[in-house]
Design a protein around this ligand. Structure first.
Ligand code: GLU
Length: 446
């Protein structure tokens, strides 16, 4: 049997650092299993909040991260199918109409909690006579529909959490259809999982209880439930839930900030697991690493600065060939030598431009002592230059002027690069070249 998994976001917002994890886990699992397929399912039954713009944003983010999909489906195109299943469940007596308002339900909930009881729905909708229903309809109330859970222990072998047992009597019959006729994700998700032959459902542990109810829906529809894996969630620095409305944690904002897709993928694949949070050279390496047994049970704290640090580390380990095209696209003409020099001094790829500017110019030299710079310029060795040139040169400047340490190096750095910090000068010097170094030591903008 070939493996088919799905990532099922609602296109009601952009993907963020929390919900990219199930996307990545599903994708990595599909790639790890021979011939596995990855499906993108857009859960857009909430037609008021879902937009094509968000759907496109999700596609763009997945593509940028390298998470390509084999199948795409939109729930909004499948309402006929869902409606047919609803009729089936009604005729089986598994779906029943309820007329309570949100306030009434809340009062019932509070009453039960006040008596120290679990706030499980009392199934009063189930016992309504036809005339009682009619009376509600005449008041202008519309029914919402609940799935009748059989009183049984629901259990499954979770691929991350191990054996799971949920006593169905401890949860309320789930509402599948709201009073306005719209679907909650619960039923369409099961129908899609059946119709698209989904073999594994991999999602956050906030869905564990839903899974209990959904397993009964699979059975009611004569299907086998897929295997399930519920992963730990990411929380903020204070342990608070990450809401998908936190725009600053969106994949889009990290991309615009200039972080590498591979840094985000490396971080997402290792955070909350027993693997160290570390950069990985390719997504293939992440596939090799992927293992449900490594996912921790505790929530993992997400710190954006940890992601930024990992981005820098990744760049420091990146080969020129991996970024050559992007550097060229930014107007950086420096090649292999330049990259080796620049990469240790940047946190984001974009910053390579600044170092290229220092080399190619024009830049404004900072001259602290014109005589000293003039004297030093006179001593510059003839080309060709290599990495030893800096040492030979500064040695002679030191002998001639008596300057040493910072007093020797800093004025030269300020004149040659315009900056008080930066890549090693022994490597920088040959890339800038003799003519430019002489001009800059004379204070010329070049
Ligand atoms: N649309 C649901 C969500 O984003 C899907 C959950 C699932 O993977 O089944 O929570």
């Amino acid at each position: 049997m070939s493996i088919i998994v799905r990532f099922a976001p609602s296109p009601t917002g952009r993907l963020h650092i929390g919900n990219i994890r199930p996307a990545l886990m599903n994708w990595l699992f599909a790639k790890k299993m021979a011939d596995g397929k990855f499906m993108l399912r857009l859960d857009d039954t909430d037609q008021e909040r879902s937009t094509e713009e968000y759907a496109q944003g999700i596609r763009d983010d997945l593509t940028w991260l390298g998470l390509n999909w084999d199948i795409e489906a939109k729930q909004s195109t499948r309402f006929d199918r869902y409606d047919a299943v609803v009729e089936q469940l009604k005729s089986m007596g598994r779906l029943y109409a309820c007329y309570e308002t949100a306030d009434e339900l809340e009062r019932k909930r509070k009453r039960l909690l006040g008596r120290g009881k679990p706030p499980v729905y009392d199934r009063s909708g189930l016992n309504l006579s036809d005339s009682e229903k009619q009376a509600f309809e005449e008041q202008g109330r519309k029914p919402h529909w609940r799935f009748f859970l059989e009183d049984a222990q629901i259990s499954w072998q979770d691929l991350i959490r191990g054996e799971q047992k949920i006593d169905a009597s401890s949860i309320s019959d789930p509402i599948l259809i709201r009073a306005d006729g719209s679907y909650l994700y619960t039923l369409p998700s099961v129908i899609d999982d059946i119709d698209f032959n989904i073999t594994h459902v991999i999602r956050g542990e906030d869905h564990v209880t839903n899974s209990g109810a959904q397993i009964q829906i699979f059975y009611a529809l004569g299907a086998k439930a897929p295997d399930m894996a519920h992963h730990n969630l990411l929380v903020g620095a204070q342990g608070e839930a990450l809401s998908k409305r936190l725009g600053s944690l969106s994949i889009q904002s990290f991309r615009e900030e200039g972080l590498e897709a591979l840094a985000i993928a490396s971080h997402s694949a290792t955070i909350g697991t027993s693997h160290p949070i570390a950069p990985h050279k390719s997504i293939t390496e992440l596939v090799e690493l992927f293992d449900f047994s490594k996912v921790s049970r505790a929530p993992a704290r997400f710190d954006p600065d940890e992601l930024r640090a990992l981005n820098a580390k990744l760049l420091h380990e990146t080969e020129y060939s991996q970024v050559a095209e992007r550097l060229k696209g930014m107007g950086v003409q420096g090649e292999e030598d330049f990259w080796h020099l620049a990469k240790a001094n940047i946190n984001k790829l974009d910053e390579a431009k600044e170092w290229w500017q220092v080399i190619s110019g024009p830049m404004i030299p900072q001259i602290e002592n014109a005589d000293f710079c003039h004297q030093a310029a006179e001593m510059l060795p003839a080309e060709p230059w290599d990495e030893t040139t800096w040492k030979t040169w500064t040695q002679s400047v030191k002998e001639a002027t008596g300057a040493k340490g910072k007093a020797l190096f800093l004025p030269l750095r300020l004149a040659i690069t315009g900056l008080g910090h930066g890549p090693e000068l022994n490597k920088l010097l040959p890339l800038i070249g003799r003519d430019k170094v002489i001009a800059r030591l004379a204070g010329k903008e070049i």
